[in-house]
Design a protein around this ligand. Structure first.
Ligand code: XMP
Length: 319
């Protein structure tokens, strides 16, 4: 892509001119935006970039390992793996209110990021994968934080607090352009095409109280569901797909016995920007096969439902 290649060269020059000999830190979430920003900055300043990947214990199955391996081993970036699972899950214990859960996660995320960033000498810049739509959204509200119905989890206020300047090399791009740039930078297509994943992670897919046991069940069920979607070649037609584990147990029969396990909901939507969404019209055959697989393969779940709510009035996530 000629245009994107020109953009890339120009962005690299700009990053070098801005950063000089200083160090840049970047919060790597595993999402497309922060990943492309990190890859671009790495190409510009190499080892002057250190990424911090925070594991809050609310990631999908194998996610931490996959992201860290890809960036550290395949792309040679410096990545600090911050295992803070105990901290996050401990503080979330007993909390069931959606906004309280988000606030706890947001606050801890900033504390943790700051702790690791402070260990990096010479850090003067913080890299963020801010896109053009994020820029317009915040500008149109007179420079304040973007207005959303749910408090979104980001590192707002962090740069000032830490005395860091921002580097936002994707500020002029739309999401589809970021994907093109990511491919140019050598990120695997399967990674570039990943569905968006919210900052608070599985916390908002486990409505009500979070327990380690529920998270483990959720991770397994989600992995089976995504595997089904990929096997049927549907992944790229869907904006987001995930399982939510419901805060209710139901009675079932299995063999000669009675079960009393959790119910879960499958969610899959099509959308252009996440602002509105329609539920995905899976075939009954697909749904039946998926339900059977989840119940057979995931101990702890004995009932599967499909969420057919569009947005509005529903939201994409369950919390
Ligand atoms: P909703 O559920 O509001 O989701 O329809 C719209 C999009 O935003 C994502 N989402 C979040 N992302 N922090 C995030 O980083 C959050 O707290 C959060 N809540 C929702 C959601 O996954 C969907 O893509």
């Amino acid at each position: 892509d000629w245009t994107m290649n020109a953009y890339r060269e120009e962005a690299i020059e700009k990053i070098r001119a801005t950063v000089g000999d200083s160090h840049v830190i970047c919060g790597l979430s595993g999402g497309v935006d922060s990943s492309v920003a990190a890859a671009l900055i790495h190409e510009a300043v190499g080892d002057q970039l250190t990424c911090v990947f925070v594991d809050h214990g609310l990631l999908r199955k194998n996610e931490a390992e996959e992201v860290v391996t890809m960036f550290r081993d395949n792309m040679n970036l410096k990545v600090i793996y911050a295992d803070e699972r105990e901290l996050f899950l401990g503080e979330l214990e007993g909390q069931s209110d959606p906004e309280t859960k988000r606030k706890i996660i947001g606050r801890l995320f900033i504390d943790v990021f700051q702790k690791y960033a402070n260990q990096i000498d010479d850090a003067k810049f913080l890299a963020q994968g801010t896109l053009y739509p994020d820029v317009i959204e915040s500008v149109s509200f007179s420079g304040g934080p973007s207005v959303t119905i749910k408090s979104h989890h980001n590192v707002g206020g962090l740069p000032e607090k830490m005395g860091l300047k921002l580097v936002e090399p994707l500020r002029e791009l739309f999401k589809d352009e970021v994907r093109v740039l990511g491919r140019e930078l050598g990120l695997p297509p399967s990674f570039i095409g990943r569905h968006p994943f919210p900052g608070p992670g599985l916390a908002i897919r486990c409505p009500g109280e979070i327990t380690r046991a529920k998270l483990d069940i959720l991770r397994e069920a989600d992995a089976v569901y995504i595997d089904q979607i990929r096997k049927h070649g549907l992944y790229d037609d869907i904006w987001q797909a995930f399982v939510a584990i419901l805060p209710v147990r139901t009675v079932g029969v299995m063999g000669d016995g009675r079960t009393y396990d959790f119910a879960c909901a499958l969610r899959a939507v099509t959308s252009v920007d996440g602002m509105t969404a329609d539920y995905y019209p899976f075939s009954h055959e697909f749904l039946g096969e998926t339900a059977t697989r989840i119940i057979n393969e995931v101990p702890g779940i004995n009932r599967v439902t499909y969420d057919i709510t569009s947005k509005p009035p529903g939201t994409i996530e369950w919390e």
